[in-house]
Design a protein around this ligand. Structure first.
Ligand code: NA7
Length: 533
């Protein structure tokens, strides 16, 4: 058995940074494991056509910790495509010499805490074991692909691809009748690309979505120069402003007449990206009347863009704008104006079953050669439950989390000393820029480790009281918004049987101040143990 100070599971944005920081900044011996054959995590797996960052990304959906890295990497577009994000992460791995401490093609099948040794032992699918004092779970918020269990789906004889597990070899759609289930970010990015090549595409839609024009474009040299020169200030405002450096509006809807508001929505629409949601007026996520007005504005845009009125009607969302993941669209709605694309509205015409040749809905049979499942993930909690670590007394996380994803600060679980999650349930995760969030969480983990070391301590753990208080705080923040009104993966609503609980801290800046205060205050409220050896 090999022994380390820390084991990191995962080598996406979170795992790569944890490995770098713990190894190179605080001098631990660290071994990382990844089931994939290369670095990248989500960006290694999600290589479906059209995959790109669905936020105003470059250069902010990237690491912030190294000015040299910021200076040397050339972001090509404002919203980076998957191959560019993956190339960036490969560059980071090479530049900081990370791969020598990552074991790829290795799935961690078990992790157990040994109370008497104050250490974690892991086992892998290759039959190996390793132990470490600290277990860092950077297992990914979008790792466990969710597959629908329609009757007969496994009898389908054609090719099946899940967007979250896309093959590395090129996939040809030419001459194929392709069925796509799912119209979240992945479906909405993939459908226009598939439709360009396929003989026919049938989209099976359960929930119509709001999508805003991405307005992706090449970055200019001037822009690159400006952000490099201002990087320290930009990073500081990212920390202060919820992950992005952009100022948000102070305007209230009552500052304008309905006509002026409509003109402002139009301006934000032309601007593209997330502007309509974050910059039109204050209160888009909390003020139902304002939200309804914007929802109707976006619906009117869908009606304008889709030629066939009946298809347009089926595409109109009826939940509150932006309460499911807001999608940036590169020609999605116009795709329905093509002759080779058909929309099936599953609310009117549900899927009954699959057979070797295709899909049976209430209204008829759809013959297909290929099925694309863009059906999302058992998000945030799924990857931890798949790892299913066993803590004190051998209690598994699946037992502990049967009813609620109890933890403190989205990072520590009572009964699982010295185990840290990056982007766990209740952390800001997708509601903040994830690379920066991972850096800040890792800095906190490093402070906890240094605190133990400096005080002759062997283990740190949270309490059930702290977990309850933290879970209540995350839910209370969410309950002050319209988010919980939607059946979203943020609420765990996409996976049958999953506890319905808001999975992210909506006030990222406040959260990271709280983390810093806990570290500065000597981890008060956490339970520590003397080192046993
Ligand atoms: P999402 O956003 O969870 O979207 C999954 C889609 O699949 C969504 O339209 C679901 O409908 C649909 N779905 C899920 N299960 C079924 C079944 N059983 N039948 C029909 N349709 C179904 O996942 P994505 O991969 O698109 O995006 C995940 C994140 O990646 C995204 O938020 C970005 O951050 C990047 P529903 O809306 O649940 O009714």
């Amino acid at each position: 058995m090999r022994h380390y100070d820390a084991i990191v599971i995962g080598s996406g944005f979170g795992g790569l940074y944890a490995l770098h920081h713990l190894r190179d900044q605080i001098g631990l011996s660290v071994q990382a494991f990844d089931a994939a054959s290369g670095v990248g995590g989500t960006w290694w797996y999600n290589r479906y056509p059209g995959a790109r960052v669905d936020a105003p990304s470059s250069p902010f959906y990237a690491y912030t910790f190294s000015q040299e890295l910021v200076d040397e990497w050339e972001w090509k577009e404002t919203q980076s495509a998957q191959p560019d994000v993956l190339a960036y992460l490969e560059h980071v791995a090479e530049r900081f010499d990370l791969e020598k401490d990552i074991q790829f093609d290795t799935f961690v099948t078990d992790a157990r805490y040994d109370e008497s040794a104050q250490r974690w032992t892991i086992e892998t699918d290759g039959g190996e074991s390793a132990s470490a004092q600290f277990l860092i779970c950077a297992t990914g918020a979008l790792f466990v692909a969710h597959k629908p269990n329609y009757p007969g789906i496994d009898d389908f004889a054609g090719v099946v691809h899940h967007t979250g597990r896309w093959p590395h070899e090129p996939v040809s759609f030419e001459g194929k009748r392709v069925g796509v289930i799912g119209t979240g970010s992945s479906g909405i990015q993939a459908i226009p690309e598939i439709a360009k090549e396929a003989e026919h595409v049938t989209v099976f839609q359960r929930t119509p979505q709001y999508a805003l024009p991405a307005r992706n474009r090449p970055m200019t040299d001037d822009e690159r120069e400006r952000f490099r020169n201002d990087w320290d200030d930009l990073r500081e405002s990212m920390c202060r402003r919820g992950g992005w450096p952009f100022p948000t509006t102070k305007l209230k809807p009552s500052d304008h007449t309905p006509e002026e508001r409509r003109a402002r929505y139009e301006e934000m629409w032309q601007e593209g990206g997330m502007h309509l949601a974050i910059n039109s007026y204050r209160g888009v996520y909390t003020d139902e009347e304002l939200n309804n007005e914007i929802s109707e504005f976006v619906r009117s845009k869908i009606r304008e863009r889709v030629v066939d009125p009946e298809t347009a009607r089926k595409l109109l969302p009826d939940y509150h704008f932006a309460t499911k993941r807001l999608i940036l669209d590169n020609g999605y709605f116009e795709t329905y104006n093509r002759d080779n694309v058909t929309l099936v509205d599953l609310r009117d015409d549900p899927i009954e079953s699959f057979d070797a040749g295709g899909v049976q809905t209430g209204a008829g049979h759809h013959q297909i050669d290929m099925l694309v499942l863009a059906t999302g993930f058992d998000a945030v909690s799924g990857s931890m439950l798949k790892l299913n670590p066993k803590g004190r007394g051998g209690v598994s996380l699946q037992q502990k989390w049967e009813e609620r994803f109890a933890n403190n600060l989205g990072m520590m679980v009572e009964g699982y000393p010295n185990m840290f999650m990056i982007h766990g349930p209740g952390a800001p995760g997708v509601f903040f820029t994830m690379p920066l969030g991972a850096e800040l969480q890792t800095a906190w983990i490093a402070s906890a480790i240094e605190h133990l070391d400096a005080n002759g301590l062997g283990a740190i753990e949270t309490t059930t009281e702290a977990e309850d208080a933290y879970g209540d705080e995350v839910s209370a923040i969410a309950n002050r918004t319209l988010y919980p009104t939607a059946n979203s993966w943020y609420m765990g609503a996409n996976v049958p049987g999953k506890p319905r609980e808001f999975l992210g801290h909506l006030r990222g800046s406040q959260y990271f101040q709280q983390l810093a205060a806990v570290a500065d205050g000597g981890f008060e409220g956490f339970v520590v143990e003397q080192r046993l050896d």
